[in-house]
Design a protein around this ligand. Structure first.
Ligand SMILES: O=C[C@H](O)[C@H](O)[C@H](O)COP(=O)(O)O
Length: 262
């Protein structure tokens, strides 16, 4: 199966594999959502099976919960865990300050709650996710279904008032129907092109009635593990101000590649 992996998938895999090495026996770990986080869950499952790693995982979506169960990770709810040692998750974009856009997979609400309830958040991403300024990726904003069109109008008015470059917003769809999150909400995608003041936008969006949460993660991520298609990984820590470089081998022999979901 390894031979069929694209360079992007290899990059996601090595980032996930390197981050999995940060997980220690006995930890309570937040498990992110998305294709990169799915690699992490598979890597951790393999460590549980082959090395006897004992962890409690708190999944950030029903998809991740299903995969974690499938690979043999013990899962508990956030309220059972109360606080987490570490959360590892993907991102749609990250900048030099390790601020993020998340929610491309619709799981931003649980992801933000779980990451915030953790001693440390580690993001795993392929190099293509790195940007100078956030905003090329449409910003997901989770809204409650009641009056969502009114909320959308308020969001657009706010963007105009804030003089944000792009102002188009679209309701995320799932086929012919509106996409529904795990919490029963909808997602508005904000096509902004460039977010000049991400901190301010994140605060202002959450003041709009009907908005539940937005996909800007500001000052939440501590470390990003950047994966490259040739197996190189960089571990950048914003608190320590360090960058470590490593190189990982693809493990063609194990069964991580057998079940490519997500
Ligand atoms: O809602 C989804 C999450 O925020 C994901 O972490 C994000 O969309 C990145 O996903 P992927 O690893 O599939 O690019």
């Amino acid at each position: 199966m390894t031979g069929e992996l694209s360079p992007i998938d290899k990059a996601k895999f090595v980032a996930a594999k390197r981050a999995a090495e940060m997980v220690e026996d006995g930890m309570r770990v937040g498990l992110g959502t998305g294709s990169t986080a799915a690699w992490l869950v598979r890597c951790l499952g393999e460590m549980v099976r082959s090395e006897g790693l004992r962890i409690k995982g708190v999944p950030t979506s029903t998809r991740t919960a299903e995969l974690a169960r499938e690979v043999g990770i013990d899962i508990i709810s956030l309220d059972e865990a109360k606080w987490l040692d570490l959360t590892i998750d993907g991102a749609d974009e990250f900048d030099g300050d390790l601020n993020l856009i998340k929610g491309g997979g619709g799981a931003l609400l649980q992801e933000k709650i779980v990451a915030t309830a953790s001693d440390r958040m580690v993001v795993i991403a392929d190099k293509a996710k790195e940007v100078e300024t956030l905003g090329a990726f449409p910003l997901p904003v989770e809204v409650i279904p009641f009056g969502w069109q009114t909320t959308q109008a308020l969001v657009e008015e706010t963007l105009v008032a804030m003089n944000v470059m792009g102002r188009k917003t679209t309701l995320r769809m799932n086929g012919d129907a509106a996409f529904v999150t795990d919490e029963g909400n909808h997602i508005l995608d904000l096509h902004l092109n460039r977010i000049g003041n991400a901190r301010q936008l994140a605060l202002v969006m959450n003041q709009i009635p009907g908005v539940v949460e937005n996909g800007l993660f500001i000052d939440i991520c501590d470390t990003v593990v950047v994966g490259y298609g040739d197996g190189k990984v960089e571990v950048r820590d914003i608190n320590e101000g360090t960058i470590e470089t490593d190189r990982l081998e693809f493990m063609e022999s194990d069964n991580l590649f057998a079940d490519l979901g997500d």
